[in-house]
Ligand binder design. Structure first.
Ligand SMILES: *Cc1c(COP(=O)(O)O)cnc(C)c1O
Length: 366
């Protein structure tokens, strides 16, 4: 987080973050799941700011928080977060001491890593069971490889992760069956069992496990049309108009001259570009909201500036344009922008918003 004042944060381009909506999204998931949350605040809470989001989500009395790295756990501890923190990427021994110092709970599936954790002093850990993602954890059909270790040093918890929780392709059922089989093969059932991400929570209610691990839904990204629960938008990307340009028939805009004025046109230059995470793929395509109207990016997005067509929209330098999020009655969702940017993942769009955009937090959106 920056130490600038709010006045200087909103002079060019920034991200308004609606903490009220974040908490309401979490509350909706909590009600739906019927078990406590472990909000995933990894990757700086998907780019929104881990400390601010974790503090806001404490209102929901979460069981703990989930991160991907020990440094992320350290950041939360330094900010005074006292609840459980799980690290959901496997740790190498070089990180064990720091993890213990941060009172972080590691997750392992590799027998050698479990043995190293135990030998280096042990402490609470959870067993990662791979049921088909083949990213992290012990294979469900190789539980025998860890049975002796877990008998002597039982994990407090065991969990898996679904690779296609947002789809109806039968893979959920297959992974769940593997997970149950693996749990049954453990010498004793761990106290805490967990599996569901956002899409899994939305689509499988109530939860039959100990807690749920929502991420993207909290931050305003839903799990598709027809989902039982829809999140409120949380992220609003704004940029101010820096200059206005009146163009004549045939004039072109930006690098490669890919946008050409037909008749008299007016374009506005915004103080945001791909170095802010406003993707170059949005050139000539990205939607924009301005003074109650909806318009479009004109030409290629450049590193620091982006032009939009404002012909027929009354505006002047300093006016605020919304590129993601709500403005008045209109909304551009993260999913819409990600689709528009050559079918990018909304996760990648959110985590790609760069630090040059100050995050401005609101308990309630003005
Ligand atoms: C990131 C992550 C989640 C959250 O996933 P979403 O789809 O963002 O809800 C849950 N569990 C694990 C292990 C993760 O890595």
């Amino acid at each position: 987080m920056t130490t600038e004042s709010t006045a200087t944060q909103t002079t060019r381009a920034w991200v308004d973050i609606d903490l009220g909506a974040l908490v309401r999204n979490g509350a909706a998931l909590w009600r739906h799941a019927g078990v406590p949350l472990v909000p995933m605040v990894k990757a700086d809470a998907y780019g929104l700011g881990a400390v601010a989001c974790a503090r806001a989500l404490e209102k929901l009395d979460p069981h703990g928080f989930g991160v991907a790295t020990v440094r992320e756990a350290e950041e939360l501890r330094a900010a005074g977060i006292r609840r459980r923190i799980y690290v959901f990427s496997p740790l190498l021994p070089a990180d064990f001491a720091a993890a213990r110092a941060a009172r972080a709970v590691p997750t392992f599936g590799d027998p050698a890593a479990i043995a190293a954790w135990v030998e280096s002093g042990g402490g609470t850990w959870h067993l990662a069971i791979d049921t088909g993602m083949h990213r992290a954890g012990v294979r469900w059909d190789c539980i025998g490889d860890v049975v002796d270790l877990v008998r002597d040093h039982p994990p407090e918890g065991a969990f898996t992760h679904f690779h296609s929780a947002e789809r109806n392709d039968g893979s959920w059922e297959a992974q769940e069956a593997r997970f149950r089989k693996a749990l049954g093969a453990l010498p004793e059932k761990p106290v805490l069992v967990h599996a569901q991400n956002s899409a899994g929570i939305v689509r499988r209610t109530p939860s039959t496990w100990s807690f749920v691990r929502p991420g993207v839904f909290l931050y305003g990204v839903g799990s598709g049309d027809g989902a039982a629960l829809k999140p409120e938008p949380v992220v609003h990307v704004r940029a101010r108009i820096l200059e206005l340009h009146d163009l004549h028939d045939g004039d072109t805009v930006s690098y490669t001259a890919s946008w050409r004025a037909v008749g008299e046109r007016r374009v506005a230059t915004l103080g945001i570009g791909y170095a802010d995470g406003y993707r170059r793929a949005l050139g000539n395509k990205g939607p924009a909201l301005l003074n109650g109207a909806r318009t479009c990016v004109a030409g290629v997005v450049t590193m620091d500036m982006t032009m939009i067509d404002v012909t027929d929209i009354a505006c002047r330098p300093g006016d605020v344009v919304t590129l993601i999020g709500r403005d008045g009655g209109q909304l551009i969702t993260v999913e819409e922008i990600a689709d528009c940017a050559d079918f990018m993942s909304p996760y990648e769009m959110l985590t790609g918003l760069r630090q040059r955009l100050p995050r401005v937090y609101h308990e309630a959106m003005p």
